[in-house]
Design a protein around this ligand. Structure first.
Ligand SMILES: [Zn+2]
Ligand SMILES: [Zn+2]
Length: 650
């Protein structure tokens, strides 16, 4: 399968993105001491392309220098002798294929050196540049070494050439994204020791994330296959190509498309489109931007995506064949080097994960630069997916939120689903945010949602629970019947749904008026509830049903005929504000709430209405208090993070 070139043949073994984890493998590759094959890995189309020769390994000092020029470490003129100064003409600066007339802009919009590679400062292209001195190279080398946590020798040593030989993104490292508080020792923080239980928890989370991503991929595949025709896209002549100066997207709804005739040959069109949808979703799960596939053949998508090689599409960068640069973004478009070997598999150790590379490049379109944190998706070097999945790091999440702000919106219901683990007999809970037909499971200890959220409610819950009005958890020992009642209920319209917390099925449903009858009162519990909450405090022990301005207190005594409503009051009378300002007049809880949420992790009772949140200052699970006092605490997205819709509304 490999092109016979004696000593190099063994180099052809795999996609060589030797992460920091496999440096010995690299040494073996570099010296041609081992060989292997790509057996067992076939592309989804059934055709397995042979592994080409990687001409992009860095071995010599000269190649080191070229690398530093190419990826933005040198702003001096890289390819001139240090002894003479020479004015560069556009013909010399641009690759031979460059045609100034084909660009709508002046040549300084796109600068490249004589090999077609980008210069850090495009404006230098038609100025007389200062040639690089030896000390410029040493400074640049040291900067590179520091960025990639290598010993800072200032020499083009083996650590450095090894790092430079890895597959990477074409975006230069000119600007590195750092958040406040992140320092150069951040790598050490990432690798801090974790306890065994942390690791077990993390492993369980990874498993769930993997499962969810696979489900999502399958869902996208099914949806795309159901479409009658694939969206047509006209390959563009890239008139809008200038240079990589995009500072992120200005829109909240962004379209994308795979360019016709520029698809990857070894993966089916459906799979490529599914993978792209997933890659966009990594970001839309954490910011208020959504992405959809462009299906109008008469207009351009916001993001055009293509697999190309060498000089392509009037792009100011060119690809370098197998190895080296694997992808880049230009303006808001994504270009993938079709000489690379991609796979749709999420855990391939031999080929490039198309998902991972696409998600990284989308990060650039969104305005992110590279990060030096190895666990960041925005690390420039391609790392294989050691654990078979990847997720945005905390750095990525915070960085992208700093550009786009948090997501907002109202919820149907927010609740902790508390249940007894039948194996350990321990009480445990998960926090859920329900909105229309989708749900997020919140990880309180990580302060984020579960990877892959939101999911459709009917994925894990009974399908009747879409668009619920509210949830209620009632749990109490009833002395008259000597029985512990532990009821999980959902309400919708005039119906209630009694839910089995272990089997996840609706055990019983009926009318609210049957479940909570009004024996001797002038009012009954209304339909279309806003919220419900069981005040479990010893001195209260009442269910509150909320509807509009009113709250209905109900003394629920299952198995007894002595139950009924005790009162109906204005919400503000039962839950007075701490101060008049706490009513928060622009969106006051006085006129109704979306949900009343007791958070077991924060040990607080909250009212949520739209984006606004109040906390009950007098509510405590272990006090004798029975009153309420509501204090306005701000927006929910400052208490719970990354709760975003992910998909564009239909
Ligand atoms: Zn990049
Ligand atoms: Zn390009």
């Amino acid at each position: 399968m490999c092109v016979r070139r004696s000593t190099y043949c063994s180099l052809l073994l795999q996609t060589i993105f030797i992460g920091i984890y496999s440096s010995t493998l690299f040494a073996e590759l570099l010296h041609g001491e081992k060989s292997a094959s790509l057996t067992g890995v076939t592309s989804s189309s059934g055709v397995s392309p042979s592994t080409p020769l990687n001409k992009n390994t860095v071995k010599t000092t000269d190649e080191c220098k070229k690398y530093l020029c190419k990826y933005g470490y040198l702003t001096c003129s890289c390819h001139q002798s240090t002894k003479r100064r020479k004015r560069q003409l556009p013909e010399e600066i641009f690759p031979i294929e460059y045609n100034p007339n084909s660009l709508s802009t002046t040549p300084d919009m796109a600068a490249a050196d004589e090999t077609g590679r980008q210069l850090t400062s495009p404006s230098l292209a038609h100025e007389e540049q200062i040639p690089c001195t030896d000390s410029d190279f040493v400074i640049a080398l040291k900067k590179f070494q520091k960025n990639y946590q290598l010993p800072v020798s200032g020499l083009c040593d083996s650590n450095t050439t090894r790092q430079m030989s890895q597959k990477r993104c074409g975006q230069p490292d000119t600007v590195i994204d750092k958040l406040e508080g992140e320092d150069d020792d951040s790598l050490k923080q990432v690798r801090k020791k974790r306890s065994l239980s942390d690791m077990i928890e993390e492993a369980a989370r990874l498993e769930e994330a993997k499962k969810r991503r696979k489900q999502l991929f399958q869902q996208y595949m099914d949806e795309i296959k159901e479409e009658k025709a694939r969206p047509l896209g006209v390959p563009k002549n890239h008139k809008r190509t200038k240079r990589s100066t995009s500072k992120g997207l200005k829109k909240k709804r962004v379209s994308w498309r795979l360019m016709v005739n520029h698809e990857y040959l070894y993966i089916s069109g459906e799979e490529q489109r599914s993978i792209m949808r997933m890659a966009f979703r990594y970001w839309s799960e954490v910011i208020p931007v959504c992405f959809y596939e462009h299906k109008d053949s008469n207009s351009e998508a916001d993001i055009e995506i293509g697999f190309v090689e060498g000089v392509h599409l009037n792009c100011y960068r060119q690809f370098d064949g197998y190895g080296g640069e694997i992808a880049h973004k230009v303006d808001d478009d994504l270009h993938f080097d079709s000489s690379e070997q991609y796979t749709v598999e999420l855990d391939s150790s031999t080929r490039l994960s198309l998902l991972l590379v696409a998600a990284h490049e989308i990060g650039h379109v969104l305005g992110l630069n590279h990060s030096t944190q190895v666990d960041s998706l925005m690390h420039a070097i391609y790392h294989e997916l050691l654990d078979g999945t990847f997720q945005l790091s905390d750095h990525d999440r915070r960085q992208i939120t700093s550009l786009y702000g948090p997501c907002n919106g109202s919820f149907n219901s927010v609740f902790d689903f508390v249940r007894t683990d039948l194996r350990t007999n321990r009480r445990m809970f998960n926090s859920y945010f329900f909105r229309e037909d989708h749900v997020w499971k919140y990880q309180n200890n990580l302060e984020r949602t579960t990877i892959g959220d939101p999911i459709r409610i009917d994925t894990n819950w009974d399908r009747s629970l879409k668009n619920i009005d509210t949830f209620l958890h009632y749990y109490k020992y009833n002395t008259s019947t000597s029985r512990f009642y532990d009821e999980h209920l959902f309400f919708k319209g005039s119906s209630y749904y009694l839910y089995n917390a272990h089997t996840h099925v609706v055990e019983q449903s009926g009318r609210i008026s049957q479940k909570y009858p009004s024996y001797n009162s002038t009012f009954s519990i209304p339909s279309n509830l806003d919220a419900a909450f069981f005040d479990f405090r010893r001195r209260v022990s009442l269910i509150y049903f909320f509807k509009g301005r009113k709250v209905y207190s109900y003394n629920y005594q299952p198995g007894s005929s002595h139950q009924c409503c005790t009162s109906v009051q204005n919400i503000v009378d039962l839950f007075p504000p701490a101060t008049p300002d706490d009513l928060h007049s622009e969106n006051s809880y006085e006129t109704g709430i979306d949900t009343a949420y007791y958070s077991n992790s924060k040990r607080n009772l909250y009212f949520i209405k739209g984006d606004d949140v109040w906390v009950d200052e007098l509510f405590s699970s272990n006090s004798n208090s029975h009153g309420h006092r509501m204090k306005y605490v701000g927006k929910w997205y400052n208490l719970w993070f990354y709760i975003c819709d992910a998909d564009c509304p239909a």
